[in-house]
Design a protein. Sequence first.
Length: 420
Amino acid sequence: MLLGCIGDDFTGSSDLGNTLVKAGMRTVQYCGVPQSPADPAVEAGVVALKSRSVPAAEAVALSLRALDWLRAQGCRQFLFKYCSTFDSTPAGNIGPVADALAKALGAAPVIFCPAFPAAGRTVFQGHLFVADRLLNESGMEAHPLTPMSDPDLRRCLAAQSGNGVGHLPAAQVWAGPQAARDRMMAEAHAGRPFVIADAIRDEDLMTLGRAAADLPLITGGSGIALGLPDNFRRQGLLAGNAESWRPQPGRSAVLSGSCSRATRGQVARHLANAQPALEVLADRVMTGEMTEDMAVGWALSQDGLPLIYSSADPAAVSAAQARFGRDPLAHRLEEFFAETARRLVAGGVTRLITAGGETSGAVVEGLSLGRLEIGPEIAAGVPAIRSGNDLVLALKSGNFGDEDFFARADALLAGRERTA
Ligand SMILES: Nc1ncnc2c1ncn2[C@@H]1O[C@H](COP(=O)(O)OP(=O)(O)O)[C@@H](O)[C@H]1O
Ligand SMILES: O=C(O)[C@@H](O)C(=O)COP(=O)(O)O
């Protein structure tokens, strides 16, 4: 294994796997830290953790265990993948995890770049934009678990990290890999080893990848990985033939616990298309009026593509959180989706589409999946995934995908539609 990656959630890890496979690296996503060694043919390993919203000390411990395993597989470089919207709070977990990984690897400077231009995320003057909006006006300010109210990534990171935070401005990125590298080294020498890097185009991410060729630790969204495979390819280390894919016949279902704007649009489209949909109201789940059994019984009796969703708008989310508490509510809803997924698969579902990072993490952990093979791209940042012989999945990040994502994902997973 050449490149060892640690993803702080499961959708994000598949997003990263998608980038690496497209750029020609044989990539496997592992659900949690594996117990046994990797297949030697794997060139990039992504250890997916559910560490984005757990207490910081737990996220650090999990990430260091993942690092130990990846080091034992011989990795030469390490990547910490977090969200392209920098999902975190002043308590972490991006800063504390990066502090621990940098210390363990003796890494300085360390790039921080969540930019993902294909999904509209760009970093300019140290600020994060989602399309033409600053992060704090993008809808992320109302996220149920990690509301993002400050678009200045230098301030966000400084609040969470024990390391000095510097900046690599766009002008130095546009001046090429050497200029970018020089600026990062200068920042590190000035006591600011954690460097927020501007990037507004894929070309900028390619430049950053090249500038980071000999850095032990890189951090960012999936975009920061765009240029890394070329570094290994230049050294003649890649075998080629990164992707293999086989669609899956059978039944499908969609589970959505994402309350993000894009997902709510996808739910609305599904309803407008008169496809079967069951709304899981937070109150009914918390009071036990709605059970997993009811949801599964409903889904298995539907024709078409059944959608079970708790996706709700910010006002409904706030009201439910005020009533039940943010964490107990999130925990119960995630448990609901995990158990529903288990029963759906036991009941014969072979294609599962999940929306939301925490939700997808709960589902994948609930299903005790181990190793995921990354297939073709369904939408920017969302690949088709295979787990063993009988199950294929799409783990959709909350804010990814067009309005027709659910139908499109199912068609691709079933082999009714070819890749983009
Ligand atoms: N109706 C709801 N009210 C409150 N919280 C909710 C509701 N539906 C889902 N949640 C919780 O909100 C969180 C959404 O996070 P996640 O699944 O990561 O979605 P996203 O990818 O959009 O961030 C989950 O913990 C989920 O359980
Ligand atoms: O980088 C991204 O935006 C995604 O890969 C990701 O991590 C999204 O997380 P969720 O929105 O919580 O699914």
